[in-house]
Write a protein that binds this ligand. Structure first.
Ligand code: AMP
Ligand code: MG
Length: 501
């Protein structure tokens, strides 16, 4: 007998919306319908992502599709996920999706189960007094950032569509409302584990771990210590993620445990920033007054967050509390080594070194230190470094001009050239490899700000569209777009970034 076709509200642009997370017990989520909006319109649809998800882009862009993505038309079995978290190291026992709803999951072209979430779709039991809505500004910011991140090759949640709601939301002033349709491998955060563990529900922790392992770490199912291996796997993915952020000068800005994925994706783009001038202590977030989440603090904070995850899983590591703690600490203790392995690989790659030699990391740090002293632009310095000749210094001008005192760079470059001389790969291979790790285009803060301002002030999405297209090819030179590779002029500089929810 053929199985009955699913009812129509389980369809999402040609794909079946399943609800594996919705089938977990009631305390994992709240069932909530999105609150309809007045006059939804499509700002941008990510056609390429739709295709990889096996979705019908035309159906999504249709009136019905837009109604569905705006929450005006039923799709799936929407739930608000429950979670808690440490915000700036303070324990908050209940957070949860206060302005987002998980519609369900679809199976993409690669047979991966992906979450479809509406962000800005109305209040939920977790809204804690918030309006459950989003301004179009942060929708544009998250769309830009997540797609830029994906194009850089860094794990991240994705933007399937941006919708304008035709309503106003009240922020510091009234602003047009928006909804982001977000796609993720998972929306489970370290804070989801904390919600159960710290609220005295170890059985739910076990269920959640089983769910995550089965869905995201299936290779661990046969392990004789799956929970411990899962912990190690999250440590590994997080270490890699942070090293990758640092490769491109990204500062997440709010690495609270509720904004830290258990599958190693960048999630919850709030007051993030991309560095222009290199300085390791750079902070943009207006709410991060003490620099807890500064650029160079990110590995230590990831480590701290992972320790919170380990605490949640202790009872799954061993029946003996003492043995469990020992295992947790031994596994957590691998973070630093894992991070350094990834970060050192990043530093070597950024300098064009294919082989590993003693002194490489010191060489990289020496350059970063000169860049710090002289406020050299991070993206331009590395991109242009890749174009320099191994022996001839006549073409060094484009890098030298980034330094106030170029002689410091000259001295460093002499050492670098000496080191390059010991490499066996060809010059053209070295240059090509450098272009693949040192992007020409990142989402500089002033560019994001221009796109956000145009959207909020005039519902003008042209700057956003232009940027999305440029940032889709961050490693290509795109000669006509050199302007978007440049640092801000003094009056364009953005010193603070906001959640602006
Ligand atoms: P965030 O700092 O954006 O990661 O959000 C932290 C918490 O605040 C989460 O539980 C969000 O769901 C909630 N939140 C943020 N903005 C709103 C809003 N406008 N309405 C309701 N809840 C919100
Ligand atoms: Mg969050």
């Amino acid at each position: 007998m053929q199985p009955a076709p699913p009812p129509s509200d389980d369809m999402f642009a040609g794909a079946v919306l399943d609800g594996s997370y919705a089938r977990l017990p009631d305390n994992f989520h709240a069932r909530v319908e999105p609150t309809p909006v007045k006059q939804p319109s499509l700002v941008r649809l990510n056609g390429r992502l739709a295709a990889t998800l096996g979705l019908d882009a035309e159906a999504l862009a249709s009136g019905e599709g837009v109604e569905m993505m705006a929450g005006n038309r039923r799709a799936g079995r929407p739930i608000a996920m429950a979670y808690a978290g440490h915000q700036f190291a303070n324990w908050v026992p209940q957070l949860g999706d206060g302005r987002a709803l998980l519609l369900g999951e679809i199976i993409d072209r690669d047979n991966r189960r992906r979450d479809i979430q509406l962000k800005g779709s109305g209040p939920t039991p977790f809204s804690r007094g918030g309006d459950g809505r989003s301004s179009i500004g942060p929708v544009v910011r998250e769309y830009l950032a997540s797609e830029a991140m994906a194009a850089l090759g860094i794990p991240t949640t994705r933007a399937l569509a941006a919708i304008a709601t035709g309503e106003e939301v009240m922020r510091r002033q009234p602003e047009p409302g928006g909804i982001l349709v977000r796609v993720a491998d998972s929306h489970v955060r370290i804070g989801t584990f904390e919600y159960f563990a710290r609220n005295g529900d170890p059985e739910s922790v076990r269920l959640l771990a089983d769910y995550i392992i089965e869905r995201h770490y299936p290779q661990l199912a046969d392990s004789d210590q799956p929970a411990l291996d899962f912990f190690a796997a999250v440590i590994e993915r997080t270490a890699l993620l942070v090293a990758e952020w640092m490769r491109v000068g990204f500062i997440h800005g709010v690495m609270n445990t509720d904004n830290t994925s258990v599958v190693g994706e960048t999630i919850d783009f709030g007051p993030f920033g991309w560095m222009d001038e290199f300085h390791p202590a750079t902070v943009y977030s207006s709410i991060d007054r003490r620099g807890r989440y500064a650029f160079n603090q990110q590995p230590a904070i990831a480590h701290w967050n992972l320790a919170r995850l380990g605490e949640c899983l202790l009872h799954l590591f061993d029946v003996s509390g003492e043995a469990a703690l020992e295992k947790a600490n031994a596994t957590l203790g691998t973070f630093q080594e894992r991070f350094e392995r990834h970060f050192h690989a990043v530093l070597r790659a950024k300098l064009g070194l294919a082989e590993a030699r003693d002194g490489d990391i010191e060489l990289a740090e020496a350059l970063l230190s000169i860049m710090t002293d002289q406020r050299a632009d991070m993206t331009l310095t590395f991109r242009r470094l890749g174009e320099l000749d191994r022996t001839d210094t006549a073409g060094d001008g484009p890098v030298r001009e980034l330094f106030d005192d170029p002689t410091a760079f000259d001295a460093w470059a002499a050492q670098w050239r000496q080191r390059l001389g010991t490499e066996s790969r060809t010059e053209s291979a070295r240059r090509k490899a450098m272009r693949r790790v040192n992007p020409a285009f990142v989402l500089r803060n002033h560019l994001a700000q221009q796109a956000v301002d145009a959207a909020i002030e005039r519902l003008d999405f042209e700057p956003m569209h232009r940027l999305v297209d440029i940032l889709a090819r961050p490693y290509d030179d795109q000669p006509g777009q050199a302007h978007f590779a440049s640092p801000p002029r003094p009056e364009q500089r953005v010193l603070k970034t906001f959640c602006g929810t």
